[in-house]
Design a protein around this ligand. Structure first.
Ligand code: HEC
Ligand code: HEC
Length: 163
């Protein structure tokens, strides 16, 4: 364990972590990325993780992702053809470079046009925003993966990511 609380009871470490998050949540005014509003997308893309906001990736990324759902980060996330078409059109219509543009300036702005990342956590701006998060926080048992936005952004389901 890399936690700086070596020797302290686990319960205390968890409490300390929540306290850090709480102080951040209270400090933040909140940056808004509209959450998924389509019930089908919410259901199919929100069962394994947070239904990521379409404004966080450009249309070309969502297209690439929908083309490879049968091998989605090692999981089979495929859906029937009709659902796939509807999900694709929703994500593309609300993407960072489409309907989601007014909300996405910070995250997708400086992504080179020839790149279509499948991860929000690979965006240069995302990496920049999170460069001060210490390694032990990423490894914390309540976080585990950078994709676990909800662990730190407790209002992510409503679209708010505090400053
Ligand atoms: C069967 C489970 C499952 C379903 C269903 C699923 N995903 Fe995922 N998704 C994953 C896993 C596993 C990862 C990798 C998580 C990690 O790195 O910790 C992931 C990661 C992602 C990421 C990248 C997160 C990052 O690191 O920035 C995006 C974006 C994403 N999924 C979108 C979708 C969309 C869109 C759908 C619906 C079409 C969907 N997912 C449905 C399992 C799923
Ligand atoms: C380990 C905790 C942690 C996780 C997990 C995490 N973040 Fe963050 N996030 C932060 C911190 C800390 C900041 C920067 C706060 C600051 O600088 O005051 C931040 C900043 C942000 C911002 C910028 C907010 C603004 O000011 O505009 C966005 C957007 C964001 N995160 C999205 C995400 C998304 C999407 C995910 C999941 C794919 C994620 N974060 C996962 C801790 C986390």
């Amino acid at each position: 364990m890399k936690l700086p609380y070596r020797g302290v009871a686990i319960g205390a470490a968890v409490l300390a972590f929540s306290a850090i998050l709480l102080s951040r949540a209270q400090a933040g005014g909140g940056h808004f990325y509209p959450p998924v509003a389509d019930p089908l997308v919410k259901e199919e893309c929100g069962s394994c993780h947070l239904a990521f906001a379409p404004a966080m990736l450009p249309a070309r990324s969502w297209g690439r992702m929908m083309d490879g759902l049968q091998d989605h980060f090692g999981d089979d996330a495929s859906v029937d053809a009709a659902s796939a078409a509807r999900i694709r059109s929703y994500l593309v219509a609300n993407a960072a470079d489409a309907g989601g543009a007014p909300y996405s300036r910070k995250l997708a702005r400086d992504l080179p046009a020839w790149q279509a990342p499948l991860r929000i956590t690979e965006l240069p701006a995302w990496r920049r925003e999170h460069r001060d998060v210490p390694a032990w926080e990423w490894k914390h048992k309540d976080v585990r993966t950078q994709a676990n936005c909800l662990a730190c952004h407790t209002a992510a389901e409503r679209g708010y990511y505090e400053d």
